[in-house]
Design a protein around this ligand. Structure first.
Ligand SMILES: [Zn+2]
Length: 407
């Protein structure tokens, strides 16, 4: 049994073993360093003390993971638009004034705050990655380069006052110190202020078989009921929640200290649905079984491609590519294409697979492209057809294995 991040008891039981994996986002320039990258056990576990928290069992020092970070939403049109929509939605629902204080925790390269700056000039970002904070600050998006904590929240409050809105997209699952993080948000949000958290949704992970979204930087995997129990302990009320289709199923929740916001039907429906489906019981157990089946199907496919002497390269080198490859092995993959210039020329962690510019597809002419970034399949299929003249077969591994002819 491992220690649970929420209740601190040694009652977290491993239910899925994904083998040994390196830190998913630490891309190396040197092939030897990549192949010998330190690997850590990657397991999913559930707390059996009654708190039901779903988490990974191994904690790696956050500084090792987030100091240099290569994930940027701004390289994807879908994600950039998604972040722009959030600021429009907040404005529509709550009316942003020009001095409304908007704080983004895990602000990355400042993409969200850039769009929020159309409504308010009083914006602030916090992000632990130095490279990304530098990019944001250079763009004029005021960003503190640090991990968000209760201590930092007090400092921000002293200097800038309470926040009217705290936004945190894809960050909350990235902290093992959950209680301190929530304490910090509670400290900083104004009495009638609204916190909006977007988080990868456990229900979607299970529905999509997206086990590849399990990696060491993702410490926790949240159901709405678990979030509800956590925040109510801190006197924060979730008043709205719904699942969005981006990012393989993103749960957006709205919280406040104030009880003036009425709980929505969507929130209550989702809470009921999870209970009825026995999400963290029966459904999660079935998911773990399916993951092992996906592995054996993919190994069969790679063997067939190799026997047919066909060439297969990958597309998209997000963190989840690292989980998938370290789980099923490199097989005969030599290259992965990725549009991010920060990633090109580097190696997928723990492997000898080199990342290169997708503009080379037209010269490489692979027979198959294995889509690691399967959640952006529509955007990528358009690119492959229209920009990279690819006319081979596309392998989409998840939610279910599909092979599509591109021509
Ligand atoms: Zn627990």
């Amino acid at each position: 049994m491992n220690k649970c991040f929420i209740c601190n008891k040694n009652s977290s039981e491993t239910i899925l073993d994904l083998g040994m994996s390196p830190i998913a986002n630490n891309l190396e320039i040197d092939i030897d360093q990549s192949q010998t990258a330190e690997k850590y056990p990657l397991n999913l576990s559930v707390c059996r003390s009654g708190c039901n928290h779903v988490q990974i069992s191994e904690i790696i020092d956050q500084k090792k993971i987030f100091n240099d970070y290569f994930y940027m939403p701004s390289v994807s049109k879908t994600l950039t638009n998604h972040l722009k929509e959030i600021s429009k939605e907040i404005n529509k629902k709550f009316k942003i004034k020009s001095d409304t204080f908007i704080l983004d925790i895990g602000s990355n390269d400042g993409t969200f705050l850039e769009s929020a700056s159309n409504f308010s000039k009083n914006i602030l970002g916090v992000d632990p990655a130095k490279n990304l904070s530098d990019i944001a600050n250079k763009k004029g998006i005021r960003t503190i380069n640090d991990f968000f904590s209760h201590k930092l929240a007090k400092k921000i409050k002293n200097k800038y006052g309470s926040a009217d809105f705290i936004i945190s997209t894809n960050t909350f699952a990235h902290t093992p110190k959950i209680n301190d993080f929530v304490e910090g948000m509670k400290e900083l949000i104004s009495d009638e202020g609204v916190i909006i958290i977007e988080i990868h949704y456990l229900g979607s992970m299970i529905d999509d078989n997206s086990f590849d979204t399990i990696y060491h930087e993702h410490f926790s995997y949240w159901s709405l009921n678990n979030l509800n129990n956590l925040f109510s302990k801190f006197g924060l009320n979730i008043f709205d929640a719904y699942v969005l289709p981006v990012h393989h199923g993103q749960l957006r929740i709205y919280l406040s200290k104030s009880k003036k916001y009425k709980k929505t039907k969507s929130l209550n429906d989702l809470l009921d649905k999870e209970e009825k489906e026995d999400l963290i019981g029966k459904k999660l157990k079935l998911f773990c079984k399916k993951v092992l089946k996906i592995k054996s199907n993919l190994l069969d496919l790679f063997e067939k491609i190799s026997n047919d002497e066909k060439i297969v390269y990958g597309y998209g080198a997000p963190a989840k590519a690292s989980t998938l490859i370290n789980f099923i092995g490199e097989n005969n993959l030599k290259y992965i294409y990725d549009k991010s210039h920060l990633k090109q020329g580097k190696y997928l962690p723990g492997t000898s697979i080199k990342i290169k510019d997708p503009s080379e597809i037209q010269y490489d002419k692979p027979d198959y492209i294995f889509l690691f970034a399967w959640n952006f399949s529509k955007e990528i299929i358009d690119d492959l057809k229209n920009n990279f003249n690819f006319n081979g077969k596309l392998i989409i591994p998840i939610p279910d294995l599909r092979i599509i002819d591109i021509d």
